[in-house]
Design a protein around this ligand. Sequence first.
Ligand code: MG
Length: 381
Amino acid sequence: MDVIVLGATGSVGRQTAAVIQRHPERLRTLGLAARRDVDTMEALVRELRPRWVVMTDPDAAARLGRRVPPTVAVAAGVEALVDRVAAAPAGTAVVAAMTGFAGLAPTLAAARAGHRVCLANKETLVAAGGLVTAAVAAGGGRLVPVDSEHSAVLQCLGEPPRPFRRIILTCSGGPFRGLTRADLARVGVADALRHPTWRMGAKITVDSATLMNKGLEVLEAHWLFGAPLDAIDVWVHPESLVHSLVEFADGALLAQVGPADMRLPIQLAFSWPERWEADTGRLDLAAVGRLSFEEPDRETFPLLELARQAGRLGGTAPAVLNAANEVAVERFLAGTLRFLDIAALVEAVVTAHDPVPADSLEAVLDADRWARARAAAWGGP
Ligand code: MG
């Protein structure tokens, strides 16, 4: 199988490289794309030997071009990336792992081309789920989740997917589980980046601290599995070993349980419905001893329910929610927004928005731009 990795230098991208190297007889790197991390890309080119690389930042592309063998074609910009993804042989696996909204155009190109879209970028589906699922249907390819929770749901549903009554996404609770709003008024960037179970990029780690990550995952599950929003629940599960559950008509729950290692859902996105060998170790549940579950604290972490409300509003509301959140997280990481104000900002921007149908890339991009400007200008509650 040919593989293209979008966001190759990030956390999921580098773990994807490990999966590709584990299965050289099955997976062959066709192309790699990233924004501007030339050092990591140079190392990946040596490990994976792609035929082409796109750096969306032109300066980074020029620097990389001087450092890799001339047999590797280096190009710059999102348009060049979209062209190369569209031109890849049908059935190429495209791992969509860019951070945030930037992945939308190349992901749509992969979907239209009939590729196997291995989706690690949930923002794409949140902002433009209708467009992406329509493009997948038109292209005749397939959308496979990389997110560990959705990979778990896929496995519980089976192939072909069985009818279900309810999806229950599990949630580690993040670094601030059990804290009150008064506690959260005092937390800083370093506290929010200390995730208890998963090692991930900064944006998703902050989203895990606010529970926005789980809110986005509710919307992601809605699009991936055609589940009504009211049929998607969330349980906090601090051990992060049950990756999600599905409830069926008779009340039976099936859960997927395994080590918390992103290489597993990445590999499954390539192999599904088959399973391949992995070196990620076995889970000794007897040694773990106990698994615990609790309801999320929806008052202390309002973004979880705000995401669901944006999903109910529909149209461009989820795109606005997502864009406002991306800006809020950037401002928090830059030290210009307090932790509790992330939720306040996102709520203010979503409330100010009049949703329109998200039926074209332009409509989604307009809503995204509007929300970013509004979020950047937000001065406080
Ligand atoms: Mg997840």
